[in-house]
Every structure is written in C-alpha cells, then in structure tokens.
Design a protein around this ligand. Sequence first.
Ligand code: SF4
Length: 403
Amino acid sequence: MERRSTRQISVGDILVGGSSPVSVQTMTTGPTSEIDACVAEINTLADAGADIVRLAVPRRADTAALTEILPQVTVPIVADVHFHFERAIEAVEAGVQKIRLNPGNIDDCDQVQRVIDACRQSGIPIRIGVNEGSIVERRDKQQRREELAAVFANRTFGGLLALMIAKLEEYLELFDRCNFHDICLSAKSMNAMLAIEVYREVADRFDYPLHLGVTHAGPRDTGAIRSIAALGTLLAEGIGDTIRISYAGDSRDEVTDGIELLCSLGLRERSSAELIACPTCGRIQVDLVSLVEDVRAKLADDIDVPIKVAVMGCVVNGPGEAEGADVAVFAGDRRGIIYVQGERVASVPEGEILDRLLAECRSLQDRVRTGDTLLGDKAVSIIPPDPLPLRPTVEGTAASGDV
Ligand code: SF4
C-alpha cells in the first residue's frame, strides 16, 4: 500500500515517518521511580518487540530515576508529561529520546516554549498529543471552532472533530512561532470511528508523522477489537507512522498485538512462526482447541524463523485453507496427517500430533538456518489427503461421510 508522505523524526535510533517502517510502542505500568522494577519492565517490553517505550514522569522522583534507568536499557525512552513542564525539562536533561506533551494541560505558552527550547538544544522530538478526554480551554478560539464545526457539521462527530482539530492547530501555531518542527502528532479518541475520522483529517492537514492510538480502549478482549478496527483501517489507508495499542492489562500484549497487526497488513515481515488454525466445526474429530493452544505456545518458545504452520480440524476445507503452509496437520478420527512443504511425512495418533508437528517445525527451522531450505523459494501447496476413515456416530452411521 502507498504510505502517506510525512516529515521524519528520530526517536533515538528509531526513525518515525518518512519512508521508515511503522514502529510499535507501549508504556510501562509501574512507577518510574521504582528503578529496578522499571528497568525490568522496559527490558521485558523490549524483548517482546517494543521499538519505543514510554514512561510516566508525574513526580520529581520519576525524572530523577531516569538518570539511573536510561543506561540500563537499550530501547528509546519517551517521557510522558502532563501538567508539570518542569518534568519535561528534567527528563530532557536526563537524556530521554522524546517528550510527549499535551500543551493543553500546561499552564501557559512560556512554559511550553521552555520545553521546546530544551528539546531543540538536545535534538529530540516532541509528540503533541491531543486526547478527546482532555481537551481543555486555554485561549479563546471560539470563532475558529465554530467555523470548523460548520465544516464538519454533516459528520457524526462533527463538533468533537472540530474541537480536536482546532486544538491541534492552536498548539502547532506556537510550535511554528518557535520554528520547531521536530514533531509527531496524535489525536486519540475512545471511539474507533472518531479516531478514524480525526486521524484522516489530521493526515490531510499536516505533514508531521502520526502516532496512532485509541485511548482508554479497555481490557484486551474488547480493547483489541476497538484498537484494531481504528488502527487497521488507518494503516490500510497508508496513515500512521508509529502505533500504540493500549490495554488495561499486560503491556506485552500491546506489543505483540501491535506487531501482529503490522504483519497482518504486510507492513512488517514476520520474524517468527505464523499460525493458521481452523475455527472448528461439527466435523471436528480431535481436541483441536487444546492442540492449537499447545502449538501456539510451543512455537512462541521454540521457533524464530518465519515458517507458516497450519493446524486443521479435518480434510474437508483444511488443505485449501492451509495452502502455503510450510508445516500442516489435518486431523480426523483421532489421528493427524502431517505435511511438510507440501509432502506428506507422517500419520500419527492424536496423542502424538503435538510432538511430531513440533519436531517437524524444529527440523525445518534447522534446514532454514543452514540454508538447506529457503522459505518462499517454492510455492507450497498441500495435496488433499484421501479422506480419513470416519468414526461411526452413536446411531452407527458415518459421522461425516458426505463431506
Ligand atoms: Fe470444520 Fe474441517 Fe473447516 Fe475445521 S477445517 S472448520 S473441522 S471443515
């Protein structure tokens, strides 16, 4: 897909915007002042694949801790500042790689200007973050808002959209006056449709890189849907340069789900196994749900080459859906037929499927590492196996003989 053209900023060694790849970021959940725990959390998030990690620094003790935290981590760190401009300046002095600021909750323009000056001197960018939930009045821009509201009058979120755009314009006026353009923008909403609308509008109006996010998305099960609906739509339109999926939960999930979203949209190459699994239906003849969970966990532990693995519940649709899989199993009648790159290599009882499938994955991984097998070198197509013998139903008829 064609990506929107933007300016580029550097967050430590991570480039954001321009032609750089879309990065994934998250936030720590514990107090920054608890140095050892904070370092451990940052490094865990980096291990999970976070490109950038943001820390809250509401107290002086938090910015004081930065000088000890930063030398112990390798991932670029962003200081998240609300209300106290002094925290931003202290964080810059401590050596963070970016500041996140909501100018609307800093008391006056002079304070924002002092943060801009500090960032300019240290050569680090600022994210100007507008949130639907924290748009506060700072100066009277009523007329401009009314004009924008008229422009967006026929849109579902016209008034709120107008307010968010007007606020961003207002903040950017100040940054323009300071001739500071080392900027990234965000305009987050709790509502996926408003997030889509506002980011589209921001993308049309400004050429700064965009940090995408849905704010306060909730726990992972519902928050993932809300976030992916908004971020996936925008990314598929070429909008967005760095993303944060936010959950009320483990930040590692924000990272893994963000990476999966980018991989699913072809915006990032996979570096580990991709699992395809059938959704199961009444034709199922093994405990496929448990098998899929076990395979997923083992692949995460053991495989770090981008092989495609398919776990299919039967031979009906399985071969077609698993086409392209490097390793595949088709279950049926308490057995599994295993294929490696299109060739049938085994037929094993249900209790041996997991071990044999993983052994084949590890073996393929070894051959990929030594160069004996190249992934993607040939089209892998699964030849449908002969239908497996069908278990009799309680009535004594075949379970799914008409498939
Ligand atoms: Fe049902 Fe077979 Fe498709 Fe799985 S692969 S959903 S068991 S038809």
